[in-house]
Design a binder for this molecule. Structure first.
Ligand code: AMP
Ligand code: MG
Length: 502
């Protein structure tokens, strides 16, 4: 029986060695499986019993079978605005490609398998806290229907790894993506190879991620770029809709597939604050919640700088086309943002003043110290959405209840234009406003238990995050049990900073 259908990645077999280096991953001294995403493994046609066997664990740690050659990818990147010409997979390797049941090819990537030619000063290792964080948050994003890399497994390696806080357990995260190609890949091609390498990479990316554009027409490169712009406009709006802060939107963490990539110091916001940022290394708030659309556009501008010579033989015309495509970002982002936030309020019709209503509500959340997730969810409660009684929601705006009353009046007035029945409206709201998100203080808590080898809180949180919307009566009743997971942090529980864990 074939235990795993894994081929060398298309990335490694199609692209020249300029873009990758073969690696010899180290075997972990004593690998132990902490989490295996069985639904994902099944969707990839992987044999679960084998994955749990010693050979399966060795595969999950090293990404090596008889049929594939793991590689480390080469890429550059702007980190916090500063260009680093050579980054690459310093603690990760691209094992190969798997085909999903519905025929998509996905990459298997192993983070923490040891040194690669791109490790620079690092040790190539990953640790348990960041691996569990990525597992929880990326799977929560998938359950929230947001494009993302997926987490297949977390293992401890059996060795301790030195970090700032002392020796911590080494770990491996196995993840999947349609592709791990980042904006930084194009920057690498442009910086070290020139336009022929950029073209080769663009054609490969088009063929893998945008196959409907696979033609020999010269316009394909501009069409491809416009598609990437669209995907990121939509992705960023989706992040905003759930209060997600990526935390490290460097160009090396910006995927051409439009999947959320690299869960380092990411976090979900509790109290609404447009300038909220958590990452310890982001002291200036470059990647704050409200700056994410501007930063996505900044990253796409860096991509445009690499691609534009392919848009037209005349340089001025090529630059004008690139600018025009970049100008498409703002209107697309705003359209998506409005669509998402109208849905969050349960609005089916469109009114030209909706943006003002939404801005007023968000502003009041900010001044009222309201929890972003719980306030939107409460607007869809039976009490408010069916009986028009907003007293419980008002309590969620402790420092500006007066303004909340004004918002409520505006909202009730706006709802008179809606024709949908209140019950349908409530169901629609509850299908987009999550009850449960991976709150920072809960993540930290489950990690601290996991460091004591108690994985039960981690598994419980992970399982709750799989049904973030809890739509049925039974689920809502069960949600009472989830209360500690849905509650915002108290002042003492509030997490001030998140860390990359590198
Ligand atoms: P990140 O902040 O995770 O996006 O990583 C930025 C760059 O640093 C990438 O090139 C990583 O491969 C590299 N890197 C991060 N941590 C390590 C590590 N422990 N060892 C080697 N390289 C690392
Ligand atoms: Mg990264």
């Amino acid at each position: 029986m074939k235990h795993i259908m894994l081929s060398s990645s298309q990335y490694a077999t199609t692209l020249p060695t300029f873009f990758h280096s073969t690696v010899s991953p180290q075997q972990a001294p004593n690998p132990k499986l902490v989490a295996l995403n069985e639904p994902l493994a099944k969707a990839l046609g992987l044999d679960i019993a084998w994955l749990r066997s010693p050979e399966g664990l060795a595969f999950l740690c090293q990404g090596k079978t008889a049929t594939n050659t793991p590689v480390a990818m080469a890429y550059a990147g702007h980190q916090f605005g500063h260009f680093v010409p050579s980054l690459g997979d310093g603690r990760a390797l691209l094992a190969g490609d798997c085909t999903t049941c519905d025929g998509h090819s996905v990459e298997i990537h192993i983070k923490g398998a040891g040194l690669t030619p791109f490790s620079r000063g690092g040790d190539g290792k990953n640790t348990l806290g960041p691996a569990l964080r990525e597992y929880l948050v990326s799977e929560a994003m998938a359950a929230l229907n947001i494009p993302t890399t997926r987490a297949l497994a977390v293992l401890t390696t059996g060795e301790m790894v030195e970090r700032d806080q002392g020796a911590v357990p080494g770990a491996i995260l196995v993840r999947t993506a349609r592709s791990h190609i980042r904006v930084g890949h194009f920057q690498y091609a442009a910086a070290h190879g020139g336009i022929d390498y950029v073209r080769t990479l663009a054609d490969f990316t088009i063929q893998r991620l945008y196959p409907s554009l696979t033609t020999h027409r010269p316009e394909r490169f501009l069409e491809f770029f416009k598609e990437v712009v669209s995907r990121h406009a939509k992705l960023t709006a989706q992040w905003m809709g759930v209060g997600f802060i990526h935390g490290v939107m460097n160009t090396d963490n910006c995927a051409l597939s439009g999947e959320t990539l690299d869960y380092g110091p990411c976090a979900f916001m509790d109290k609404f604050d447009p300038m909220k940022h958590f990452s310890f290394i982001d002291q200036q708030g470059r990647y704050a919640y409200g700056r994410q659309p501007a930063m996505a556009l900044w990253n796409l501008s860096r991509l445009a700088e690499c691609l534009f010579p392919l848009f037209h033989p005349d340089e001025d015309k090529a630059i004008a086309l690139a600018e025009d495509a970049l100008h498409g970002f703002d209107p697309q982002f705003h359209r998506q943002w409005l669509l998402i936030f109208r849905q969050k309020l349960g609005l089916e019709t469109e009114d030209e003043h909706d943006i003002r209503l939404l801005e007023h509500i968000l502003e009041t959340m900010h001044t009222g110290s309201a929890d972003f997730t719980n306030s939107f969810r409460a607007l869809g409660s039976t009490q408010s959405a069916l009986h028009g009684d907003y007293r419980a929601v008002r309590e969620l705006f402790p420092t500006n209840k007066g303004h909340f009353d004004l918002c409520r009046t505006e909202l009730l007035h706006r709802l008179t234009q809606e024709t949908r029945s209140p019950i349908k409206r409530q169901t629609a709201m509850n299908s987009v406003n999550p009850l449960i998100i991976p709150r920072n203080h809960r993540i930290e808590e489950v990690i601290s238990h996991a460091l004591q080898e108690d994985y039960r809180p981690f598994l419980r949180l992970h399982s709750a995050l799989q049904s973030p919307f809890a739509l049925t009566e039974a689920e809502s009743a069960a949600s009472a049990e989830l209360d500690p997971l849905t509650a915002p942090p108290t002042a003492e529980q509030e997490v001030q900073h998140t860390f990359c864990g590198t």
